[in-house]
Design a protein around this ligand. Structure first.
Ligand SMILES: NC(=O)c1ccc[n+]([C@@H]2O[C@H](COP(=O)([O-])OP(=O)(O)OC[C@H]3O[C@@H](n4cnc5c(N)ncnc54)[C@H](O)[C@@H]3O)[C@@H](O)[C@H]2O)c1
Length: 447
């Protein structure tokens, strides 16, 4: 790079590098977000360095093994065949990077935001960051993270934002269950602390996005919008679960109530009941939002109420299981139960924060015989099931008849619902997956 005198020179040089694909791009954090982005960047023509501190993860990515939902290993093969895709556990390879994307985990620890991965990486980056690079922060976090956590750590390098170093925020959005929705066609929010950062960020994201980029007036608005999007979903799942409990009490079919409400052509969006709100995004972001509210002295009772209802659904369903079995004089502790689908939602293999797993654990505590079958289960998440009694049963060897109750917990498309109903003694359907089955409906109990 030629000597860059002014911040404007710096921005123009970065734009030139990005547009010519001369910019080396680093992505830190090789989970679902970092991997999807890296593959997209390779496709867009960038020399891409994916850095993950987990050596096992690096080794498996180098072998084109991916457990991330919806990313087939052929996509890694394709990326590797370009010669532009590099995977490593060494952050120092990013010394020469002009663009560094942070796709690091932002989990909860003891119910509060844990930004340790972000802090650790920013501190290390500051030890070698060169003048004239742009850092793009994509992790989900509370308003103020980019300005008050990421920026000071990066500036501890001696580089100053907008003068020597650019910084953007663009929260990641995805729906794992819908293959038609992916990184490149999902509209983006983009924000920055200064105008040069925003311009360079827009040029960078335009290289691999075929969707609108909405620039928010501040990074805090982008951060708050991301938390609100997830919280909106979480709270509405809580509301429909609350309605389900009410319908159960008065003998109404909640699915029929929802079908009726769905005829309203305005001011309505459907959400469906189930064993809770799962995954590692939807249940986490609301806690980030309510934690943030607490920090500024505001109560967030709606988030707390949704949390209580969603977490309580597993116990509510276990109670329903008990009642169904009581009808045939089978005490829960002597029952044989099969749970179909234990991922947190349809057509994904992720069991993190899954309500079905909470149900399995509660049923296990009651002492009944339990089997489960989820053909989509992601292997590296199986450790989370280590304490469960039986391993994941193969779909082909299931004998539905031997169970007192078959619980459809997650309605994956790979299940043959007519066969399940035909061959089972009785079915508890938590997702209305059997709605089109007309025969043997007397066997079916709906949530
Ligand atoms: N997965 C999604 O669908 C999704 C959607 C929207 C937003 N997000 C957000 O994006 C961020 C990343 O999510 P994810 O699903 O990819 O997370 P993940 O937990 O699947 O992966 C994170 C990766 O980062 C690696 N890592 C952890 N600490 C590191 C460090 N110090 N240096 C290098 N690598 C490190 C881990 O080994 C892991 O492979 C989170 O803030 C998440 O909330 C995720």
């Amino acid at each position: 790079m030629t000597a860059l005198h002014s911040p404007a020179d710096l921005g123009a040089e970065l734009v030139r590098q990005i547009q010519s694909r001369g910019a080396n791009v680093g992505v830190v954090g090789g989970g679902y977000v970092g991997l999807s982005l890296s593959l997209q960047l390779v496709r867009a023509g960038f020399e891409t360095f994916l850095v993950d501190k987990c050596r096992e993860r690096v080794r498996s990515l180098l072998r084109s093994e991916t457990s991330a939902d919806g990313i087939p290993s052929t996509e890694l093969d394709e990326a590797q065949s370009t010669g532009r895709f590099h995977v490593t556990d060494q952050l120092s390879v990013l010394r020469s990077a002009s663009v560094i994307v942070l796709a690091l985990p932002t989990p909860l620890r003891d119910g509060i935001p844990d930004l340790s991965a972000v802090e650790q990486v920013c501190t290390e980056l500051a030890s070698f960051l060169k003048r004239g690079c742009v850092v793009c922060f994509e992790s989900t976090s509370y308003p103020g993270t980019t300005r008050s956590v990421v920026l000071p750590l990066l500036e501890s390098s001696g580089l100053k934002e907008e003068n020597d170093l650019l910084l953007t925020n663009s929260p990641y959005r995805i729906d794992h269950a819908k293959p038609a929705i992916h990184v490149s066609n999902t509209p983006r929010l983009l924000a920055a602390l200064g105008p040069i950062s925003l311009d360079v960020g827009r040029v960078f994201y335009e290289t691999f996005l075929d969707a609108p980029i909405h620039c928010t007036p501040s990074v805090e608005i982008a951060e708050m919008a991301k938390l609100y999007e997830n919280t909106f979903r979480f709270v509405n799942i809580g509301l429909v679960n609350e309605l389900t409990i009410l319908c159960d009490k008065v003998g109404a079919n909640v699915w029929e109530v929802l079908q009726a409400a769905h005829t309203k052509p305005f001011g309505w969006m459907p959400f469906f009941p189930g064993p809770g709100a799962g995954g590692h995004c939807i249940p986490i972001a609301p806690t980030y939002l309510s934690w943030f509210a607490g920090q500024v002295g505001v109560k967030a009772p709606i988030v707390a109420a949704a949390q209580e209802v969603n977490l309580g659904m597993s116990a509510f369903i276990v109670q329903k299981v008990t009642e169904i079995l009581r009808l045939v004089d089978t005490p829960l502790k002597k029952a044989k139960i099969l749970m179909l689908g234990i991922a947190y939602k349809k057509n994904v293999g992720d069991v993190r924060e899954s309500g079905a797993v909470r149900m399995l654990k509660l049923l296990q505590m009651q002492g009944c015989f339990l089997d489960y079958c989820d053909p989509l289960l992601v292997h590296n998440l199986e450790a989370q099931l280590a304490l469960l009694p039986n391993s994941n049963r193969s779909l082909t060897e299931l004998d539905y008849k031997q169970y007192d109750l078959v619980v459809i917990a997650t309605d994956h498309d790979c299940f043959d619902y007519p066969a399940i109903v035909r061959n089972s003694q009785r079915v508890l359907d938590l997702r209305n997956a059997t709605k089109n089955i007309l025969e043997s409906r007397e066997k079916i109990h709906l949530l």
